[in-house]
Design a protein around this ligand. Structure first.
Ligand code: ADP
Length: 265
């Protein structure tokens, strides 16, 4: 619990800091790109411009545009979006993402979705859950440069006192599990220990922000759930999201809707 609290405080302060910096930086970048654009126009208007000058300006513009896209992502991260939780059928949400996921994964990664008839409902923000699943899929794709398989599997799970005792931050209870498994390169022990840290990335500059998993972590914690990572170097990785089962006002477990078993495709 101490560790979870420390992590969330860290996320909070990092969020505020990056928000401020990203905002100022974004404004400055507008000045940079505006001036590059003016210089390019002036050069073009001057008739036979030196192609090296034109190329240099084009490269400067590309760099500035990449920086702008990075600050956009930082801003999106730091903006404290209030969660809008509602009763949710996770299987339906995941199936609804099939096209989006297939596009994100490209042709060399196969997508398999394994749904679970009678899956309990949860209470979570559907947009945030979608972006969490998309984040995990993009990480999985990056871990499979030569192709492979991404499996998303949902199940009901009861976590007992014993499990809870071993995982200090997890309350015993009923959860819906979303397991995202890839057949990619896996992670080292050092990486596993640091993946939830904001800005921790092993990807090259401009490719990774190191914010994906910390966003997933923040959202799941705020939703009363938890995240677990299993990874084997050279074998692949499974990220499991646990979201608490939806309870009604009386604290009674919500029954799965009658149709949920039929809609599985
Ligand atoms: P980013 O993807 O921008 O690097 P993340 O927070 O999403 O940021 O991930 C942090 C790091 O965790 C990645 O750079 C990578 O080293 C590792 N990682 C995340 N997901 C996977 C995965 N499915 N397989 C292997 N490594 C992963």
């Amino acid at each position: 619990a101490q560790e979870a609290l420390r992590q969330s405080q860290k996320m909070e302060s990092v969020g505020q800091l990056t928000g401020g910096i990203a905002h100022d930086f974004n404004n400055l970048l507008t000045v940079v790109t505006g001036n590059i654009d003016m210089a390019r126009r002036a050069l073009d208007a001057a008739g036979a411009p030196d192609p090296r000058a034109r190329r240099a300006l084009d490269n400067a513009m590309k760099g500035a545009e990449r920086a702008a896209s990075l600050t956009q992502r930082l801003l999106a991260f730091s903006r404290r979006q209030p969660l809008a939780p509602k009763p949710l059928d996770v299987d339906k949400l995941v199936i609804g993402m099939s096209d989006l996921l297939n596009r994100a994964l490209g042709e060399i990664v196969q997508l398999e979705i394994v749904t679970s008839p009678g899956l309990w409902r949860v209470e979570a923000d559907p947009n945030q859950l979608e972006s969490a699943v998309l984040n995990l899929a993009v990480n999985a794709r990056d871990a499979m440069p030569d192709g492979g398989q991404l499996t998303i599997e949902t199940t009901n799970a009861r976590l007992d006192e014993e499990y809870s005792a071993q995982h200090a931050e997890v309350a015993p209870g009923q959860y819906v599990v979303i397991a995202v498994t890839d057949t990619g390169e896996g992670m080292t022990r050092e990486t596993i220990d640091r993946v939830f840290e904001p800005f921790f990335t092993t990807k090259e500059v401009g490719k990774g922000t190191g914010l994906g998993l910390s966003m997933v972590y923040g959202f799941v914690k705020q939703s009363g759930g938890h995240v677990k990572i299993y990874s084997e170097l050279g074998q692949g990785t499974t990220v499991k999201i646990y979201l608490p089962r939806l309870m009604n006002d009386a604290g009674v477990a919500d029954e799965p809707s009658l149709t949920s078993g039929l809609e599985v495709s």
